[in-house]
Design a protein around this ligand. Structure first.
Ligand SMILES: [Mn+2]
Length: 439
């Protein structure tokens, strides 16, 4: 088979002292952390769109990265892209991948062309999956890129756009089912509004819920047992997106009774755009029993847009993986690298190095998260902080057996006493001490 990346070898674990940029320093897939291997904890998934499609185009300039795969003819190029993607996945040790319908295919201007091309490429991908053992994390439909979705897809004021989105979602679901995906994502790229002056928000949200229910009904009728995910994002491309953040998406899921079929797919960069941290979004999902899947991307927080960078911040990933460990793992999803190269990063090795470094960042984050839990000081501090609810009137609050009158009587008899410190400085120092132990 033709080699697309002859200068990238199979990437092996060489340990923290290695200076080889084409080796893992920390991601050692069989190494056990808290009883499970790193591969079981991290379930890395290769995102087809940014890893294999993105050519460096930005708002101010054309592409800088060659994504032609040496082919001029459209179908041959789509197949070569699949060959190259699986070569890179195998070399990097990915066990999962994710796709949008349009990522896989040659340019398909009409819906019937897209349907036919997707069915063809699904079969082609299946051969690669059978050969390599690489599995599908999740599939999705791109119902935001084409002009037919300029006013929205499942929240469009126009039936023709709604039906077109339904057509694409049905076909992307068929592909996901055929490839035995563990989930299906809805990212509401154009599901939002530009101005309330032309928008019936209540109607659009009801219609979105009807759309999701039809997708669940269809998927289940075809034997899909996976999880549907909503991926929150607050802005970009619309001024205001309906799936603003985890809390907003959960409120939607609960209002429309979708909680048996839906969970959340959370991205670090989208958390930043919403004014949250990644760990905040994961905490919100986990305490509501709705943690589904993760996108590994991190933000450049000094800018206000979605940079989709490869993760590199160990401390932030550790606090996120702490939430995942407290959740008992990612039973319903994967850790997907939606990350993309920077526009000037056009060297043949840059993509692989981005993945190696990102996977190492998650391995370090996982190990640090396990250390935080095993160390126990953070957890016991939190436990102690709420101890006034363990007995007496506090226990009655928790049991729901006290009243406002009883609390009033208690408060009126209180002698004012200073409250304890929150000790944030000490707790932050613990994280750094654990992270840098042995330096
Ligand atoms: Mn993003």
């Amino acid at each position: 088979m033709k080699q697309f990346y002859p200068n990238i070898p199979k990437i092996e674990y060489e340990g923290a002292k290695s200076k080889n940029m084409l080796a893992f320093k920390h991601y050692n897939k069989d190494e056990k952390v808290m009883g499970k291997t790193m591969a079981e904890h991290l379930k890395f998934a290769f995102a087809y769109w940014h890893a294999s499609n993105y050519d460096g185009t930005d708002m101010f300039g054309t592409g800088t990265i060659d994504r032609t795969y040496g082919e001029n003819e459209a179908r041959s190029r789509a197949k070569a892209k699949a060959d190259a993607s699986f070569e890179l996945m195998e070399k990097l040790g990915f066990e999962y991948f994710c796709f949008h319908d349009v990522d896989l295919c040659e340019p398909s201007p009409t819906l019937s062309e897209l349907k036919e091309n997707l069915a063809y490429m699904t079969n082609y991908l299946k051969e690669h999956m059978d050969r390599t053992g690489i599995k599908l994390g999740w599939g999705t439909a791109n119902v935001f890129g084409a002009p037919r979705y300029k006013h929205g897809a499942a929240t469009s004021p126009y039936l023709n756009s709604y039906a077109s989105a339904a057509c694409q979602v049905k076909n992307a679901l068929d592909a996901t089912i055929k490839l035995d995906g563990i989930g299906y994502t809805f990212w509401g790229g154009r599901e939002g509004y530009e101005t309330l002056l032309n928008t019936d928000m209540a109607f659009e949200l009801d219609n979105l819920a009807r759309f999701y229910k039809m997708a669940v009904e269809y998927g289940r009728s075809k034997g899909f047992k996976g999880t549907f995910y909503i991926e929150p994002k607050p802005k970009e491309p619309t001024m205001h997106q309906y799936d603003f953040d985890a809390s907003t998406a959960i409120s939607f899921i609960q209002k429309y009774g979708l909680q048996n079929d839906f969970k959340l797919n959370l991205e670090g960069n989208h958390a930043s755009l919403a004014g949250h941290t990644f760990e905040h979004e994961i905490r919100v999902a986990r305490i509501n029993g709705l943690l589904g899947s993760l996108d590994a991307n991190h933000a450049e927080t000094t800018v206000g847009w979605d940079t989709d960078e490869f993760p590199k911040d160990v401390r932030s990933v550790a606090l996120s993986m702490y939430e995942v460990l407290k959740n008992g793992g990612l039973e319903y999803g994967v850790i997907n690298f939606d990350s993309k190269l920077r526009r000037p990063s056009s060297d043949e090795l840059d993509n692989a190095i981005g993945f190696i470094s990102g996977m190492d960042t998650f391995a370090l984050g996982l190990k640090l998260a396990a250390k935080i839990i095993e160390d126990g000081r953070i957890d016991s501090f939190i436990e102690e902080r709420y101890s006034s609810y363990k007995e007496g009137l506090g226990a009655k609050v928790v049991a729901g057996t006290t009243t406002l009158e009883e609390l009033e009587q208690y408060a009126l008899n209180l002698e004012e006493q200073p409250l304890p410190s929150g000790r944030q400085e000490y707790l932050n120092a613990i994280i750094n001490d654990l992270m840098c132990e042995g330096l």
